[in-house]
Design a protein around this ligand. Structure first.
Ligand code: FAD
Ligand code: EPU
Length: 339
């Protein structure tokens, strides 16, 4: 393991924000990870674990040790006649892992195609898209307890998954490094999720009437490419805010003033589309300095010129929160991790 000093993190965050880490290392094994933690403890510095950097906004230099997770490996173990346990190391790229599973005819991850980032980060905010979340397929995670340096297994119920949430993002934040994740996937009788959003329309366009898991993946990829900016071309971190849930009476009240608002009932009330709220508040495609919202998706904040600082992006997001609060009385919560 090599520790480098004063390294730019610009190519390690998909916003492309230019900040430096005081110390920086890449780890390829659990032994190197332990060495890195011991270095940080000895030098009394904070640690930051990085996957693809696609859900993070740096507002300042990182005054500690940034550790890029590059552990690789995938293993399979038969569970029963229709189920396989597939375990991937934290540093595997998420989308490549999804494609690997589809190629092997393992079903369950296809709706989560083309989400940037690493396998090891996928449980942190219970990644979700097109009607499926990690919680639907995860069996367990292996983690390293940073304080005790012991390896622990965390089973599905212990993860306390919620919408873009888990213990790793809330109550146990900073306690563990996720080393590997195991998924329970189908091998023969796949459950096809084709009703969410535009999947059906996309399949019709593709002239597919009896979709296989590969068709679902292709449809999801096509939809995503049509409306989300590619972070390799334009800096962004996907949805900047979460979709808010409000109680039913508040929704009924809003509907009187804004008859075109649409809501999706869930266990805690009614979920609203943050993108719609932001667009209605006048922010679709709006630019301030180097920052803008994407012209097709107001929920995505972009580093329009490639020169934005994290602070500029953060201040832009503050203005959106204020506008939506003033117009609708709703507080938007950020999905992206701010540092
Ligand atoms: P990073 O940004 O590197 O890290 C995120 C957080 O996890 C940080 O706090 C980091 O310190 C911590 N961390 C990283 N690795 C570990 C580890 N091994 N152990 C412990 N902590 C760790 N998300 C969705 O849910 N659904 C979507 O549809 C979606 N679409 C997106 C589209 C685009 C274009 C972009 C840019 C992002 C999108 N995202 C989406 C957000 C993002 O891709 C996910 O949150 C992804 O899981 C982040 O992975 P990462 O490896 O890049 O995380
Ligand atoms: N909408 C607008 N204006 C906009 C954007 C959206 O009116 O500028 C409306 C759309 O017309 C649609 C609704 O809002 O009726 C929802 O939009 P979309 O289908 O694009 O999904 P989303 O709610 O904006 C969520 C996730 C995405 C995920 C997609 C697909 C959150 C915060 N975002 O987006 O996840 O890929 O659904 O499942 O839950 C992410 O988390 O980074 C992310 C990209």
């Amino acid at each position: 393991m090599n520790i480098h000093e004063k390294i730019s993190l610009q190519s390690y965050n998909t916003f492309g924000v230019s900040v430096n880490a005081k110390y920086f290392t890449k780890i390829k094994s659990n032994e190197e990870l332990i060495d890195a933690i011991l270095f940080a403890k000895k030098n009394n510095c904070e640690m930051l674990f990085l996957g693809g950097g696609s859900n993070i906004l740096f507002t300042k230099d990182f005054d500690g040790l940034a550790v890029v997770m590059e552990t690789k490996g995938i293993v399979e173990e038969k569970f029963d006649d229709n189920t396989i346990i597939v375990t991937a190391q934290a540093g595997e790229n998420w989308h490549n892992f999804v494609l690997y599973c589809i190629d092997k005819n393992f079903g369950g991850l296809e709706n989560l195609s083309l989400i940037p980032g690493n396998v090891g980060t996928s449980p942190i905010q219970n990644i979700g898209a097109y009607g499926v979340e990690i919680k639907d397929v995860l069996q367990s995670c292996k983690v390293l307890n940073i304080e005790t340096l012991t390896i622990e297994k965390i089973e599905l119920p212990q993860c306390q998954f919620g919408y873009r949430d888990s213990i790793f993002k809330s109550s146990e934040k900073g306690k563990f490094v996720i080393l590997e994740v195991s998924f329970l996937l189908s091998t023969q009788h796949h459950t096809i999720h084709s009703t969410y959003g535009a999947i059906k329309t996309e399949l019709e366009k593709m002239k597919v009437s009896n979709p296989r898991i590969k068709d679902i993946s292709n449809a999801v990829i096509a939809i995503r490419e049509s409306k989300l900016p590619n972070p390799k071309i334009i800096g962004n971190a996907g949805s900047f805010f979460k979709n808010p849930t409000i109680d039913f009476p508040s929704y009924e009240n809003l509907k009187k003033d804004f008859p075109t608002i649409s809501g999706y009932p869930n266990d805690s009330g009614v979920k609203l589309a943050a993108g719609w709220l932001i667009e209605q508040a006048g922010w679709k495609g709006k630019e301030i300095g180097n920052v803008a919202t994407h012209h097709l998706q107001s929920l995505v904040i972009i580093n329009k010129t490639g020169k934005a600082t994290g602070e500029e992006i953060y201040n832009f997001s503050e203005k959106i929160i204020q506008s939506v609060q003033e117009k609708f009385g709703i507080s938007l919560e950020r999905e992206v991790n701010i540092l």
